[in-house]
Design a protein around this ligand. Structure first.
Ligand code: HEC
Length: 138
């Protein structure tokens, strides 16, 4: 009986234990992912907003500040922002995909807002999470 989990097993039991451990980790990970992605039925969750803040800090904070408070002559303050408030989620994602070049008629700073904030690796899901974050600071 002690053989399977005993320290003096001939190797196979240890292997079995490792495999079982990996499966436990995978199962736990799957459960977490399942709640994060499937849970809300499409509604914005605090996890999405938190994830959005992580993405925001990676890509947008260089111009808009760590907490979207804005930077002089760079990105604008995005708190209580009339532009954000006036757009649908889809329109905001589209805005982030396109950015707003300095030549755009709506551009007030004469500075480019680059497409995807200059980070082409951002997925639509990342942009969606960022939009949830932006909504949370209006
Ligand atoms: C290289 C600097 C830079 C980066 C990086 C950047 N932005 Fe911007 N962003 C700007 C500038 C400059 C403006 C203002 C343009 C103007 O004057 O209209 C702007 C404008 C905006 C606006 C419109 C605000 C308004 O009041 O019209 C939103 C929303 C926005 N950015 C979100 C983001 C998000 C989200 C990210 C990250 C994915 C991001 N930005 C990354 C520079 C940047």
């Amino acid at each position: 009986m002690r053989g399977i989990f005993g320290a003096n097993g001939p190797g196979l039991p240890a292997g079995v234990r490792v495999v079982a451990g990996v499966w436990l980790v995978l199962l736990a990970g799957g459960a977490i992912l399942g709640t994060a992605c499937g849970g809300g039925g499409g509604s914005a969750t605090t996890e999405e907003a938190a994830q959005g803040l992580v993405q925001f800090r990676r890509t947008c904070a260089v111009c808009h500040g760590q907490n979207a408070e804005g930077m002089p002559r760079l990105g604008k303050n995005l708190h209580n922002n009339a532009f954000v408030a006036g757009q649908t989620d889809e329109a905001l994602v589209q805005f982030l995909i396109e950015g707003r070049p300095a030549t755009h008629p709506d551009n007030t700073r004469g500075v480019d807002m680059p497409p995807k904030g200059g980070n082409p690796a951002l997925t639509n899901e990342n942009l969606q999470q960022i939009v949830v974050y932006l909504r949370s600071i209006q």
